[in-house]
Unconditional design. Structure first.
Length: 494
């Protein structure tokens, strides 16, 4: 029986593991953390459970790409979904005006045109380009036949350039850039293609999974184990041995060696280089991968409530203090009124509280001085800084949502140090790679190297988000002998 070792039990690693197990591999998934899920994993404080890396997802209905993947993986029936408000699942708040985003690309375009009637033609052109981008990836009809010419151009074209070319009203450009925080690239550098697939996914039908990321990770693990795969937690991969240009073994921190015919890794490509002996990959490749910028860091603020946050039930809030998209992702320290994204989660268990999570950009360099300390033992100065930063965001949030202030019973927070500790991401980057126009398209980290039997998957090599992480497996594994037809199977799954 061929053996596959999957490094990382996040959304991408578990997806890959299930497909390997379903195709007859003996599968071992290894993760350095105590819980599976990677960014899907929740953390608990008292009775409250908080999501870190999944607040909402896109369509799961018939023909929707995310739903198809979940059905193909055999986990759909194990999950319960809570649709967000189809008439306004995201409330985009800017100085002086708000815009509620409805489900459906047509409905979205129509609402934009109603709100900005003088820009109807420009809106039509922008939406047509976004649709063309989605088609280029072969996602809409799930045939996976990427049109490389389209993908290269839409991954090399900056979002703001497209908007500036066709739209005059600054408010409209702000609305159409507002989802950039979902993938963490400044709109002037954000690829039109990335923006299009992220927006398309949520417009198909924004929803939450009951029980949050833990429920999704749990369903994936159960499916993997039902197929005979195994999961090793609290094991860190420290080496990847190659014999004659082919993967041979994965080495764990405790000295265990796992022989492998196929290795699927969801680590950042620079971290994969560190696992390999020097010289296994070409110096030019190593230089390019190590030279690329990693993505933005963030601060997470986690609120436990003793009531229902009415203004956030079934919808998220993006609150910008400027209309200028080039400032949307400025470090919160540099913003007089920091941007925040707010999302509320309904408790999955009887008697558990509602929670709200706020997210705001925060750079690694703000906390790098404490990089060598560990959670629970960080010095007082770090805690003071963290509290001061959280207070700045909360002051703004409470001023805009006064009813929630009265409901808060506990506040916790995280910084890029927490992300680095829990996921191993370089500089605590939310989405690993910085998916900018100069690092996507032809410059995107490759899924294959010259080491045979090694496949790179995850948000770091494709697109941020649970869908992006899962799709990377289809584009990666799908190209290997024995995995033909992965996209066709997914399409047939519904
Ligand atoms: C703050 C935040 C909010 C987000 N919100 C959303 C959202 O609302 N909707 C959405 O769709 N997406 C969201 N995302 C993105 C989404 O969570 C990720 O794109 C996705 O979960 C990434 O999955 P992955 O498998 O690529 O990586 P990861 O989940 O990071 O998995 C990598 C795994 O590798 C393990 N690992 C690392 N190094 C080693 C090693 N040496 N040995 C063994 N194991 C190792 C890590 O422990 C981790 O489990 C959010 C992300 C962040 C940070």
């Amino acid at each position: 029986m061929p053996r596959a070792v999957v490094i990382g039990a996040g959304a991408s690693g578990l997806t890959a593991a299930i497909h390997c197990a379903a195709r007859g591999y003996e599968v071992t998934v290894v993760d350095r953390q105590a819980h599976p899920g990677g960014l899907l994993a929740r953390f608990q404080r008292g009775r409250a459970r908080f999501d870190v890396g999944v607040h909402y997802l896109g369509g799961v209905g018939p023909g929707h790409v995310f739903g198809r993947i979940l059905r193909h993986l055999g986990v759909f029936g194990d999950l319960a979904f809570q649709p967000l408000d189809p008439d306004g699942f995201d409330l985009l708040r800017f100085p002086g005006f708000e815009f509620a985003v409805p489900v459906g690309m047509d409905a979205f375009a129509e609402r934009l045109a109603d709100r900005f009637p003088a820009e109807r033609d420009g809106i039509r052109r922008v939406v047509a380009r976004l649709r063309e981008a989605v088609e280029g990836y072969g996602i809409a009809d799930a045939d996976g036949r990427t049109d490389l010419d389209i993908v290269r151009t839409v991954e090399g074209e900056p979002l703001l350039g497209l908007l500036d070319r066709h739209l005059r009203d600054a408010r409209l450009r702000a609305v159409l850039s507002a989802h950039a925080p979902l993938y963490g690239v400044v709109p002037a550098e954000a690829p039109v293609g990335l923006h299009a697939i992220v927006l398309y996914h949520f417009l198909e039908g924004a929803c939450r999974v009951r029980g949050g990321g833990d429920a999704l990770a749990g369903a994936l693990v159960r499916r993997l184990e039902a197929l005979g795969g195994r999961l090793l937690l609290r094991r860190r991969v420290v080496g990847l041995e190659v014999a004659g240009r082919r993967v041979d073994r994965v080495v764990l921190h405790d000295g265990t060696e796992l022989p492998a015919d196929l290795v699927v890794t969801s680590l950042h490509p620079a971290q994969v280089l560190d696992l390999l002996s020097p010289g296994v990959l070409r110096p030019a490749y190593a230089k390019r991968v190590r030279g690329q910028r990693v993505g933005l860091g963030h601060m997470g603020i986690f609120l436990e409530l003793d009531g229902v946050p009415r203004s956030l039930v079934r919808r998220n809030l993006y609150s910008f203090s400027s209309l200028d998209p080039t400032r949307f992702l400025d470090d919160m320290v540099d913003q007089p009124q920091p941007f925040y994204f707010a999302s509320a989660a309904e408790p999955a268990e009887e008697g558990a509280p509602w929670t709200v999570v706020l997210t705001t950009p925060l750079g690694w360099e703000r906390v790098a001085a404490w990089a060598d300390t560990t959670p629970g033992r960080r010095p007082e100065a770090y805690r003071r800084l963290k509290d001061a930063l959280a207070t700045r965001v909360l002051d703004r949030f409470y001023a805009e949502n006064p009813e929630i202030r009265e409901q808060v019973v506990a506040v916790h927070s995280s910084t890029p140090l927490s992300t680095a500790f829990f996921t191993g991401a370089p500089r605590g980057a939310m989405y690993g790679h910085y998916h900018s126009v100069d690092q996507m398209g032809v410059y995107r980290p490759p899924q294959f190297t010259r080491v045979r039997g090694l496949v790179q998957v995850g948000q770091v090599v494709f697109a941020p988000g649970v869908l992006g992480a899962m799709l990377s497996v289809y584009y990666g594994l799908g190209r290997l002998p024995g995995f033909e037809g992965l996209f066709d199977e997914m399409r047939r799954a519904g």
